[in-house]
Ligand binder design. Structure first.
Ligand code: ADP
Ligand code: ZN
Ligand code: ZN
Length: 827
């Protein structure tokens, strides 16, 4: 055994990626002290330029690669090794490499995105006193007062980061005398990762130490001290200090006195920040599966028990019991000793789903999503990393979760665009999930009531196994959807109306029966804005090329891209006319109008604004589920995944804006939205109605969504895609050039076009652009874009890679260029 250990050659160099927008990796020398402990995926501190940064080890080399251009003497050393247990498992590291490669994204950025925010340490400079300094503390006294004070401070306070040190010494910048102390070897300055910003939380606890009956009674104790002892006795002799203070109505000082007397002990304990700490859990499910569910489960279980990669598309209409199939498959994975992962588009919207999993699997479930606090996120991540939680449920970035021995990956609502990250690194979690499944020999299940065209096409061509749940549980009928022609409503009323009589009557009737309703507004590009009747100008954002949205509640107008806010004007800022006028409805306005017409309805509004207030939002959904609200009014968020059996009416106030977007997927998105929202109605025994108000009742996406005819929609849409050369028939990439100065953006775009042309001499791709992006200005930047198409996915990536590395572009230029492979939105 000893001989094999000796045969292992220790790595001498580490190749690292840095979490910034740089696609290069860098090589550093490993000091002997680190060679044994460093691992792939470890975080290290390395000098980069003039500054030390945190980096991730992506390769360990026993010697420099042959033919390298690196010069031995110029290679710098790794300054510090941050982890012995690397936060990135080897499998996850592999997945990040694929993502970086495939999406042409900086590897370090992908790794950063793969870890919870709290763990991405930043580097700080730390000052400490040396042994020499300790010894000479008295000797320096005579020389200079400030130096003595500094040494005394460091001796008393221990290591201090440079900022704090300067602050405590009352100087604003690094003083000269500090350098002198350093030169004399009395203090040391080192770079160090800021003690991981987020870590386990401690709680102060107090425990009773005397157990005999005659303990407290024989001592002379104050009233408060007695209260401490009595309260502890009533609570199994141990509680949190904070709780004791609250329940006994005392301060901490009697506890400290008792602790000195040796009668109680004060200690610290790790507390887990559990996002579902106070949640009421539903009873775990115990159904007999329907035959269709049973078949789907059997199909999934086969590769799951045999081991090996397999991909499924589970196409099940809303309410057909997909979630139940997921849960049973997870159970099988656990029984095989393997972990499972479930991705959902927006978990904050589905508090019910995470509760359902907790109810079934208890603490084996870790929850990952962006609206958790940093602490909660860190704790849940750490539970998965330690292997305590074998199931992870989460949004997009959970695809990188450190689940050990992954057996099953579920992507629910696989068609949802929120799986695509809309900032660098631009990756799609659904597609990444498939790769992760391949790399870990896991089974991947993509589920949806309205599969994306790409996924359904993959099922048709046999790339995925197709599983179908064609009926709702208990054969509940699908809610019938009716299209209401708003042109007729307008012709009758002679003015634009928000609500048709049909919808108003339906709301009234639903309420009269004591049932619930959901009213939805397709807000994408459609909201209340201000228009001047005199000059026709609308008020747009000073930074972005979009109109500002009017918020009635605080009379402000807000940009929904950059959050620019201003008070709504009372006269037109262009022509001073008083006749300004509010066009279009926001959710607030709809809520207000319904409240006016139906004062007895209990209504909550759900939209992006409300969603940023996480608790209010969750509460509204939970209250609605409990029947404490009659109606939810909101945007397309409401269409996703909720299961409210008492909802019998869904109204879509306006659906048309979404159809008009300059995006080849506009019809698909609208179809999905309507089908999904219709699925929210009639999930109980009573059935339901869906009313859709539109100015385009003849559009195939609306007609076929109304009858929930997915196959017909697929056939119609796939024909368009084939004829016009769009995915899945071609691979697509977009490149966006953004810059504050239009001229700069234009000149980068022109150079890019040139480089693309040169790289495309074999004409393997079609390059379109540069053209102004549909949002030509955003957050103060001008935007130009390119579209690149080819039958070969590889050609698209190669073309872009070659063009960007043509040597024409500086790092600053490259920061102005976003590359999106397989973009999901054309905006
Ligand atoms: P989906 O995910 O397809 O929308 P769910 O799995 O949420 O569907 O199921 C819809 C409803 O039917 C849920 O309330 C669920 O508890 C219930 N359900 C699912 N499977 C069964 C079954 N086999 N028997 C009875 N009820 C079921
Ligand atoms: Zn005007
Ligand atoms: Zn803006």
């Amino acid at each position: 055994m000893a001989s094999t250990a000796q045969a292992v050659t220790l790595p001498k160099y580490a190749q690292v990626a840095v979490p910034v927008h740089l696609s290069k990796t860098f090589t550093y020398r490993l000091p002997a002290s680190m060679q044994r402990d460093v691992r792939l995926g470890s975080r290290v501190v390395v000098p980069l330029g003039r500054k030390p940064v945190t980096a991730y080890v992506v390769a360990l080399l026993p010697a420099l690669r042959e033919g390298t251009s690196l010069i031995e003497s110029e290679i710098k050393e790794v300054e510090q090794l941050l982890d012995r247990d690397p936060p990135l498992t080897p499998q996850v590291l592999e997945v990040t490499r694929w993502v970086a490669d495939y999406y042409l994204a900086p590897w370090g950025e992908v790794m950063r995105a793969a870890l919870p925010t709290g763990i991405n340490a930043s580097v700080e400079e730390v000052v400490s006193i040396t042994a020499e300094g300790q010894a000479q503390r008295s000797a320096v006294r005579s020389q200079s007062n400030v130096k003595t004070r500094a040494l005394n401070l460091l001796a008393a306070a221990g290591d201090l980061d440079l900022k704090t040190f300067c602050l405590r010494m009352g100087v604003s910048r690094t003083p000269k005398w500090l350098r002198e102390l350093e030169a004399d070897g009395l203090v040391e300055r080192v770079h160090r990762a800021r003690s991981t910003v987020t870590r386990a939380r401690k709680r102060k606890m107090v425990r009773l130490k005397l157990h005999s009956k005659d303990g407290a009674e024989h001592q002379s104790l104050t009233r408060a001290q007695h209260a401490v002892i009595e309260t502890l006795r009533a609570h199994q002799e141990e509680m949190a200090v904070g709780d004791l203070i609250e329940s006994a109505g005392i301060s901490e000082s009697p506890m400290r006195t008792l602790s000195k007397k040796g009668m109680v002990e004060i200690f610290e304990e790790d507390v887990r920040r559990d996002p579902l700490a106070d949640a009421k859990l539903p009873a775990p499910d115990d159904f007999q599966l329907t035959p269709a569910q049973g078949q789907a489960l059997d199909a999934i279980e086969q590769p799951l028990t045999e081991g090996g990669f397999a991909a499924f598309l589970l196409h099940g209409i809303t309410g057909s019991g997909k979630t139940e199939v997921y849960i049973r498959s997870m159970r099988t994975a656990l029984a095989q000793g393997r972990g499972a992962m479930m991705l959902v588009p927006e978990i904050a919207l589905t508090p019910i789903l995470s509760r359902r999993l907790r109810a079934n699997f208890g603490d084996q479930v870790a929850i990952f999503h962006s609206s958790l606090s940093k602490g909660e996120r860190f704790d849940e991540w750490a539970r998965a990393r330690r292997g305590e939680a074998q199931i992870v449920i989460g949004t997009r970035s959970a695809v990188f979760a450190p689940v050990e021995n992954l057996g099953l990956v579920i992507v629910d609502e696989e068609h949802d665009t929120s799986y695509r990250q809309q900032e660098s690194p631009f990756y799609n979690a659904r597609d990444t999930a498939l790769i992760r499944g391949q790399k870990e020999n896991a089974v991947v299940v993509l589920g949806s009531a309205t599969p994306s065209l790409e996924s359904f096409h993959n099922a048709q061509t046999g790339k995925y196994q197709y599983l179908h749940l064609a009926n709702r549980i208990a054969n509940r009928p699908l809610a019938s959807a009716e299209l209401i022609d708003m042109r007729e409503v307008f012709a009758r009323a002679k003015r634009p109306a928000t609500f048709s009589d049909q919808l108003l009557t339906a709301i009234q009737q639903t309420h009269a029966r004591g049932e619930q309703a959901i009213i939805l507004l397709n807000r994408r590009g459609y909201s209340s804005f201000i228009l001047c009747r005199s000059c026709g100008e609308s008020i747009t954002c000073p930074n972005c090329d979009v109109t500002l949205t009017y918020h009635r509640s605080d009379r402000t107008i807000v940009c929904h891209y950059c959050n620019h806010r201003q008070i709504a004007p009372s006269v037109c800022p262009v022509c001073d006319s008083k006749y300004i006028y509010y066009v279009g409805e926001g959710t607030e306005q709809i809520e207000e109008e319904i409240r006016k017409r139906f004062p007895s309805l209990r209504i909550a509004r759900i939209d992006r604004d409300a969603a940023s207030r996480r608790h209010a939002f969750e509460k509204a959904l939970l209250d609605f589920g409990k029947g404490e609200l009659d109606m939810l009014v909101g945007t397309q968020m409401l269409a996703k995944g909720h299961d409210f059996p008492n909802v019998t009416l869904v109204g879509v106030v306006s659906v048309d804006a979404g159809l008009a977007l300059p995006d080849f997927r506009a019809a698909e998105r609208t179809f999905q939205l309507i089908t999904q929202v219709a699925g929210r109605a009639g999930r109980g025994a009573r059935g339901g109605r869906v009313l859709i108000q539109t100015y385009h009742p003849g559009h195939y996406a609306l007609r076929l969504a109304a009858t929930q005819d997915y196959p017909a929609f697929y056939n119609e849409e796939i024909r368009h895609r084939r004829n016009h050369g769009y995915p899945p028939f071609v691979a697509l990439a977009s490149m966006l050039v953004h810059h504050r100065e239009l001229r700069r953006a234009q000149s980068i775009a022109l150079s890019l076009r040139k480089a693309l042309n040169e790289a495309n001499s074999n004409r393997a791709c079609r390059v379109l652009g540069p053209a102004p992006a549909p949002l030509a200005r955003l957050r103060g930047e001008h935007r130009l874009h390119f579209l690149i198409k080819s039958r070969s996915r590889r050609s698209v990536r190669q073309l872009i890679d070659t063009a960007l590395n043509a040597g024409e572009f500086s790092d600053t230029d490259l920061r102005s260029v976003n590359v999106e492979i397989d973009p999901v939105s054309m905006m």
